[in-house]
Write a protein of this length. Structure first.
Lengths: 257, 489
């Protein structure tokens, strides 16, 4: 509680860091923030070509199917890759001023969230073009996004704390993300997974998140309660797991980096 | 208000730092622990700074000033002790923290301001002031990568100067810009001061500190040596500098602390019966070669044979042992002003390299003429739990081989540590006791007590060299027993 209060006291710093990140990410590029829209669009096109036309995965409206899962996924990967070094690369800040150190990974998650939210500018029109009209279940989207953000924040805390001591994490992360990508039903439906593995498969929190997004955006239904439970558990576990190494690292952070 | 209660901070110095999983795994498999050494940066710091005070922290490089400042503003977390602060702190440790080259000066002002802990509203109020203070003009709307380094610094400084904290911490950043700008900054600080803000400055610029601060805290080797008037503190600082003591106190203390286990072993050894003494002695001698100090009892000490000391020079192993801890004499128990009881368990003897100047001065004070030079100087330091903010040098020991004459040892004790401020130097149980070895002298750090010397005028003795003997001729090491007692021997 005290922590949250302290975070609140530094909300302007958080805001400024997010806006710094946001403003500088595409600074001095011609298209600027448009890249946040164009990038996923290109990816959707590439994957559609590969999986819809060449490999021929039988999924209805593959571009929509893929997009609804890929965007939350890329929110995760962007946050993790950027937040990884958020503590270890900010020595100049950490050594010079005091502020709650959580702000560093948090600001990156928030900035990625902002980019994620921007993509909805084209997500909804495209969905409508393909005939998926927003259902009232879409109203639960903010909750899902919030929970996913918390989940991501936990993982970011975990990774950035570990990264202070083990710089190898950066290279391992690439591999982990690739494996994770293929273990998550992003380019294929869950129905392809054999029944006997299904339980383990669903232990992957991203499976649950991705399915929730699809339910809400494509099927127009609220995710079933067990999904909500799973999401809540995943979020709290990730926050707990993230804070544990973070609290350990925090005390000596200014000296170690 | 800032209060530091018994604050200590140690840093880890990694000897073999594994920053990769592979190395850790290998080390783990090999059963090696990650090795690091703790270095004490600050030891038992205590002070209270009231509202409206302006305090300067001075000290040599590595004395812990900046560490202390970083502890005060929360960047470091103390290992023990507590820091209590009341009021909004703004720390100026680096200029332009978090400035992003691609953002404009304006955007950076807000970013930097929020890092210093000020909200948007407050920054907006002060924006104009900051811009005019920095003398940057219209550049404020261009990305600061286009700034000259001077502009960059001025901008950073202006942000820090124009915000309105209750407590301002400044670390060596006042030397910014040209003279005019510096003067402006100083004027600004004066304004702060007269507005009743608390200001803490870390600086090597002594004249500035003397002029600006009404209180100066002198740090040395992570301790507070002086906390008081600027004049006195600065003078003391100069003496410290001129002593040129390259005492690696901190490191030594570390070593000493690391050998706590060894000491405990020794404590057990001391209980060992007499017949075991000889074996024990041999063992101790071996260990003594490693240069560790130890605490042993007098009985053991007197068992040692005396030996010829000529041609010996080199490292000295010092033994401290306690004679009269068990039955303190009544007369000594009368407490006098200034008197601090020594906890002899905590006395450590530490080597001082080349403090000739100091030794000379001591001897001049004591004997009135120039002393022989003393190549080896040891300092007895004392760790005091009741009053840790004092500098705890209890005594100094100076040793030199005088060839045929034997060994010369000079011992002096700081008056605060003893009732009467008397020191006695004595070398006995030696083959050739030099005639003048028994010289005794009084040296006190208290300027009101004049330095004295003389055998007769010694009613009580508190520190004394019991004996000196060679440990090994090859290694040219001596073992010296120093007895510390609270009463007469």
């Amino acid at each position: 509680m005290k922590k949250i209060k302290e975070l609140f006291a530094f909300k302007d710093l958080l805001k400024n860091l997010v806006s710094r990140d946001f403003k500088t990410r595409y600074k001095r590029s011609y298209l600027g923030i448009l890249w946040s829209l164009l990038n996923p669009l290109f990816i959707v096109i590439v994957y559609t070509l590969a999986f819809d036309y060449i490999i021929k995965i039988r999924v209805k409206d593959f571009p929509m199917f893929f997009m609804c899962a890929y965007l939350p996924w890329s929110y995760l990967t962007a946050s993790l890759t950027l937040a990884l070094g958020s503590l270890s690369d900010s020595g100049y800040l950490i050594k010079a001023v005091y502020f709650p150190r959580e702000i560093l990974p948090l600001s990156i998650v928030l900035s990625c969230l902002l980019h994620f939210l921007i993509t909805f500018i084209f997500v909804f029109p495209i969905l409508i073009i393909f005939g998926y009209f927003p259902h009232w279940a879409v109203l639960s989207l903010p909750v899902i996004i919030l929970l996913q953000s918390l989940f991501i924040f936990g993982v970011c805390l975990f990774l950035s704390s570990i990264h202070v001591f083990f710089r190898d994490i950066r290279y391992i992360l690439d591999v982990i993300l690739t494996v994770w990508f293929w273990l998550t039903p992003i380019v294929y439906p869950i129905s392809l997974i054999p029944d006997q593995y299904l339980f383990f498969y669903k232990l992957n929190p991203m499976t649950v998140f991705v399915s929730a997004y699809r339910e809400v955006l494509l099927t127009g239904e609220l995710p079933v309660p067990i999904y909500w439970v799973a999401i809540l558990i995943a979020t709290s576990v990730s926050l707990l797991l993230g804070y544990f190494p973070f609290l350990k690292v925090k005390k000596r952070l200014a000296e170690e980096i | 208000m800032i209060e530091a209660l018994d604050v200590s901070k140690r840093f880890r110095v990694w000897e073999d730092r594994s920053r990769s999983i592979k190395e850790t795994a290998i080390n783990f498999l090999k059963g090696q622990k990650r090795s690091f050494r703790d270095v004490l940066a600050l030891r038992n710091i205590n002070f209270t700074i009231r509202e409206g005070e302006s305090v300067g922290f001075i000290g040599e490089n590595g004395s812990g000033k900046s560490t202390l400042l970083k502890l005060l503003c929360g960047i470091y977390v103390p290992d023990s002790g507590r820091i209590v602060t009341k009021g909004k702190i703004s720390a100026l440790l680096e200029l332009g923290v978090g400035f992003h080259p691609d953002l404009t000066g304006e955007e950076n002002i807000f970013l930097n301001g929020s890092m210093l802990g000020f909200d948007q509203k407050e920054m907006r109020k002060r924006f104009e002031e900051i811009v005019s203070f920095s003398e940057i003009g219209d550049f404020i709307y261009s990305p600061i990568r286009t700034y000259s380094s001077g502009m960059w610094m001025r901008l950073g400084f202006s942000v820090a100067m124009c915000v309105d904290p209750d407590i301002l911490l400044i670390d060596e950043v006042l030397a910014v810009g040209d003279e005019a700008f510096q003067k402006k900054c100083l004027d600004r600080l004066e304004e702060f001061k007269s507005a009743g803000k608390t200001i803490i400055i870390v600086s090597h610029a002594l004249p500035m500190v003397q002029k600006f601060c009404e209180r100066v805290i002198l740090l040395h080797e992570g301790r507070i040596v002086v906390d008081g008037e600027p004049e006195g503190a600065i003078e003391r600082y100069h003496t410290l500098l001129s002593l040129g003591t390259e005492v690696k106190l901190t490191e030594r203390i570390e070593e000493a602390e690391n050998s706590v286990e060894v000491k405990e072993e020794r404590a057990k050894e001391n209980e060992v019966k007499e017949e075991d003494l000889k074996a024990e002695e041999e063992k101790r001698e071996e260990e003594g070669v490693q240069g560790e100090e130890r605490i042993i009892t007098e009985e053991i000490a007197e068992e040692h044979p005396a030996s010829s000391l000529s041609e010996l020079a080199g490292a000295v192993t010092v033994e401290v042992f306690n004679e009269s801890l068990e039955k303190p004499q009544e007369e000594i128990c009368e407490r006098e002003e200034n008197r601090i009881e020594l906890d002899l368990e905590k006395v450590k003897i530490i080597e001082v390299e080349d403090s000739l100047l100091f030794a000379e001065k001591l001897f001049q004070d004591a004997f009135g003429d120039l002393p022989p030079t003393f190549p080896h100087n040891y300092v007895a330091i004392y760790e005091d739990s009741k009053n840790p903010s004092t500098f705890h040098v209890v005594g100094y020991i100076h040793l030199q081989s005088m060839g045929e004459m034997g060994i010369v040892a000079g011992l002096c004790v700081d008056s605060r540590w003893r009732g009467r401020g008397l020191g006695k130097m004595l070398l006995d149980s030696m083959d050739n006791q030099g005639e003048w070895i028994k010289a005794l002298f009084l040296y006190t750090s208290d300027p009101r007590i004049p330095a004295k010397c003389g055998y007769e005028s010694l009613p009580q003795t508190n520190l004394m060299v019991k004996w000196v003997r060679p440990l090994s001729l090859e290694k040219k090491e001596w073992m010296i027993s120093v007895a510390i007692s609270v009463g007469p021997f």
